[in-house]
Design a protein around this ligand. Structure first.
Ligand SMILES: [Zn+2]
Length: 291
């Protein structure tokens, strides 16, 4: 089984995770820029974070046989801090970079005027840069937040096929399906969406424009949930080709719209761990010389 995790925050994960992901079949992923748990207090720390998503983290992924791309944005939660509005002015410089395959995560958190402003500006930036958009939907009041998100996307004039609306559930899937946007599902250990409910949604809505991700980050989450969904699909009677559509071809098709998806580093899919070697700015993932 080959897996492309279209939404995972590897900066917060360990090398054990990379090894387990490779063994499970993960060969490519997209890491969206997001909130780090600790609120940031100045725009400069975003530059360092974005540089990490474009430098150190792709190097680290490569050491474990996984191809890393990212999305760049000012996230909805931190859009509410006026000290961070300068991040919006930094974005054009980052959106021009090779490994940036979308603008994101953008969207709503508490649905404030500052979030409205950040979302509208970043949708416009996506249009200017010819990039797809990854849109986060709020955890509270999800149905109203998702409806409002779809309205703003429609007003932006972006083609719906260039927009991925993420963190959906049974309440929000139909309105996003109808909008023509791509549908993202984050499968978590105990909230949002679980493996069995995910399989039921795939049975009811089909595989078209559906993406499944682990959204694993610094919170309670599991980078192997993509594999768990693949296994559950097979157990429920879906074919291997169906699994490949959801876990590989769909995310590839969505992010390939950026014109920047480079999967030439993807290796054959046996689960043996690999060690790529090389260094990044003189640093490696090794601690001392291996025995
Ligand atoms: Zn996320």
């Amino acid at each position: 089984m080959r897996i492309f995790d279209p939404h995972i925050h590897m900066t917060s994960r360990t090398t054990d995770d990379y090894e387990r992901m490779y063994a499970a079949g993960v060969r490519a992923l997209v890491e969206p820029a997001f909130w780090l748990g600790q609120p940031r207090t100045s725009a400069g720390t975003f530059a360092d974070y974005f540089d990490g998503l474009l430098g150190w983290e792709p190097y680290r992924a490569s050491q474990f046989g996984i191809v890393h791309h990212c999305t760049i944005a000012l996230n909805p939660k931190e859009a509410n801090d006026p000290r961070l509005h300068a991040v919006l002015d930094m974005l054009p410089r980052y959106l021009a970079k090779d490994r940036v395959v979308a603008v994101g995560e953008v969207g709503y958190d508490e649905i404030s005027p500052a979030e409205d402003e950040a979302l509208t500006r970043q949708l416009a930036l996506a249009a200017e840069h010819g990039l797809p958009v990854l849109v986060h939907t709020p955890h509270r009041d999800k149905a109203a937040g998702t409806r409002r998100t779809l309205d703003v996307v429609r007003e932006s004039g972006l083609p719906p096929e260039r927009v991925l609306v993420d963190h959906l559930n049974e309440m929000t899937v139909a309105m996003v399906a109808e909008s023509g946007c791509w549908m993202g599902f984050s499968v978590y250990p105990d909230t949002k969406m679980d493996v069995d409910r995910m399989v039921t949604i795939l049975k009811e809505h089909g595989l078209d424009r559906v993406l499944v991700n682990s959204a694993a980050d610094w919170g309670r989450s599991d980078p192997l949930k993509t594999r768990a969904v693949g296994d559950a699909m097979l157990a429920a009677g879906f074919s291997e080709a169906d699994v490949d559509t959801v876990l590989w071809s769909n995310p590839v098709a969505f992010y390939a719209q950026s014109g920047r998806l480079d999967l030439s580093g993807v290796t054959a899919s046996d689960g043996d761990p690999i060690t790529a070697g090389g260094d990044y700015a003189g640093n490696t993932v090794l601690r001392g010389t291996p025995a």
